[in-house]
Design a protein. Structure first.
Length: 296
């Protein structure tokens, strides 16, 4: 058989269309997704519900990964395809290919924030064991341009996976929170510092304690983490000389009376710090006798 005839025969049996035949299906999904103009969660849930059977029919192969990266498709389509890959079973792609897709989607500043947020969620479980996933989440936490909603997912994933990258946590704390949720992200970063094995983490906690306003969320949260840390005898031995003077100063500060002082007093009592007795008694005395007048 001549070469030309062989090529004709091969092309007839294996047409030049995409290997899994998903191209036309994805085009139809994209047409429907593009018609949805709203971007809120309710609209996205409705779109996913309407296209569920079509999306679920797509094989999870390299072609689908390529399509999930295709910026010529509507972002809603990429969102649905990413969801198919993340939730699906029987995947015909390697773990590296899957993690690369999530990592690239999360770190792509041109990608829609809902796609990036979903990518962060899908990195959560792998980040417990996979260095590539941990690196992507840590890099995302350091990105000061990361949208707040995406950062929420990043922080949850970091917390779940136990990532203790001090630089990533520092990056979170340096952001100026604009919403209550972003304040929560910063507070979670403070809490994560106390669990970090990075030796710089303790210094960062002290910096928060020294620079934040007493009774503020950050100050009280840092004190709470020090309270937990001091339950470990080894850690107590290392940081007690630095922490106790700060707590005594806070306890004797008469400019305020609130959660920070209460935390300081409780930590000192638990440590059986005798130097704390006089300041505590002073606060229990009435004002006419030079006390804090706590009880009148």
């Amino acid at each position: 058989m001549c070469p030309a005839l062989i090529l004709f025969f091969i092309s007839a049996v294996y047409p030049a269309s995409k290997s899994s035949g998903s191209g036309d299906k994805i085009s139809r999904i994209n047409a429907s997704a593009s018609a949805e103009r709203k971007e809120d969660d309710k609209a996205m849930q409705g779109l996913a519900s309407r296209l569920d059977s079509e999306v679920e029919a797509l094989p999870i192969d390299k072609e689908l990964v390529i399509s999930a990266r295709d910026k010529s498709l509507d972002w809603r389509t990429r969102y649905l395809l990413l969801g198919r890959i993340g939730h699906g079973k029987g995947k015909k792609i390697t773990k590296d290919e899957e993690l690369a897709l999530y990592s690239d989607s999360l770190l792509d500043q041109q990608e829609h924030e809902k796609v990036r947020k979903l990518a962060a969620w899908f990195l959560m479980e792998p980040a417990k064991t996979e260095a590539k996933a941990r690196q992507a989440l840590s890099q995302a936490a350091k990105d000061k341009t990361m949208p707040g909603p995406v950062l929420e997912s990043v922080m949850v994933s970091i917390g779940y996976a136990g990532i203790d990258d001090a630089d990533a946590l520092k990056g979170l704390l340096e952001r100026d929170p604009k919403t209550n949720n972003e304040i929560g992200i910063n507070l979670n970063a403070v809490r994560a510092l106390s669990k970090s094995k990075d030796p710089r983490a303790i210094d960062m906690l002290f910096k928060i304690l020294d620079e934040s306003q007493p009774d503020s969320f950050y100050h009280v949260t840092a004190l709470g983490e020090f309270s937990t840390l001091m339950r470990d005898p080894v850690t107590e031995g290392k940081i007690r000389p630095m922490l106790v003077p700060r707590l005594l100063k806070l306890l004797d500060d008469r400019s305020h009376f609130g959660a920070s002082r209460q935390h300081a007093g409780l930590i000192l009592l638990r440590l059986k710090e005798t130097k704390a007795v006089d300041p505590i008694i002073k606060w229990l005395k009435s004002k006419e006798y030079g006390g804090g007048g706590v009880y009148g």
